[in-house]
Design a protein around this ligand. Structure first.
Ligand SMILES: Cc1cc2nc3c(=O)[nH]c(=O)nc-3n(C[C@H](O)[C@H](O)[C@H](O)COP(=O)(O)OP(=O)(O)OC[C@H]3O[C@@H](n4cnc5c(N)ncnc54)[C@H](O)[C@@H]3O)c2cc1C
Length: 239
């Protein structure tokens, strides 16, 4: 499958293309599926970093449809990783629902990066939902010494069973039912975050949620709480 103009731009930027092969699938929760892959040589070339993600090329009625997914347990020596898909409508979700061992998907590596906050924060503040769970788990594992408060927006009660890699001794996981376009999540974070941020310049805030939620809470952390730009990681994970 050609990758259209997005693929052409990525080529100019020297992005690297790979083919990943499905080796297994697990139904993790009602609308959450994990697929296992061989990496087509990617990880030996790229190395790995926490929260690393790839651009996958799905077919959407004959047109290339590029969507990002976060690597779960990448293993450069074995040349394997897994992906976890929050399932909803959409070409990526549809592909995942029926993917079986032997199926392949093309992937492009470009734009992923992670910098450890320096100095380490006393506590991390994390906002996301099922699409961000692989990234949140990876972030928590990358900084095991840092406690975290996590506001996790759930689409329904089945999402309480998602594979959170949290440790109750260090992680305060707050499940927030989705209301509207995330209004409740925004309101809860706005209400509780100010009382938790002792020193804004040393805080570390990670926001990877729905587009408008991400925008509003990023502006809140930066402008109203005064957290410096380099201490706020923010990226809309879906729209
Ligand atoms: C860096 C990065 C890493 C990501 N990692 C992961 C990951 O590991 N696992 C994962 O599941 N997702 C991840 N996402 C999110 C994923 O790329 C998007 O959800 C994507 O839109 C899914 O594509 P689709 O073809 O299924 O749906 P689309 O064609 O994009 O959208 C179809 C419809 O579904 C809705 N929709 C899209 N995403 C969601 C969602 N998450 N929840 C509810 N409704 C939705 C849209 O609003 C639209 O109405 C990541 C995104 C980024 C930017």
């Amino acid at each position: 499958m050609g990758h259209g103009w997005e693929g052409a731009v990525l080529k100019l930027l020297r992005a690297k293309d790979f083919v990943f092969t499905v080796t297994g699938a697990e139904e993790v929760a009602e609308r959450y599926r994990r697929l296992h892959f061989t990496d087509g040589g990617m990880l030996a070339m790229s190395g790995v970093h926490p929260t690393m993600w790839v651009r996958l090329w799905f077919d959407n009625a004959g047109k290339p449809h590029q969507r990002a997914y976060t690597l779960v347990d990448p293993d450069p020596e074995a040349g394997t990783f897994s992906l976890e898909f929050a399932l909803h409508e959409g070409a990526a979700s549809d592909w995942c629902r029926t993917a079986q061992p032997g199926d392949t998907i093309e992937g492009t590596l470009y734009g992923t990066a992670w910098t450890e906050p320096d100095p380490l924060p006393g506590r991390m503040f994390v906002v996301g939902d099922a699409a961000a769970l692989p990234a949140i788990n990876s972030l928590l594992e990358a900084l095991p010494q840092v406690p975290a408060t996590i506001w996790f927006e759930t689409a329904d009660s089945s999402e309480a069973e998602l594979p959170f890699r949290t440790d109750p001794d260090r992680h305060d996981l707050r499940l927030v039912p989705r209301e509207g376009r995330g209004e409740r999540l925004v309101a809860e974070v706005r209400e509780s975050l100010p009382g938790l941020v002792a020193e804004p310049e040393r805080a570390y805030v990670w926001i990877t949620a729905y587009g408008s939620t991400t925008r509003e809470l990023t502006a809140f952390a930066r402008k109203e709480l005064g957290v410096p730009k380099q201490r706020v990681h923010s990226m809309a994970y879906w729209r």
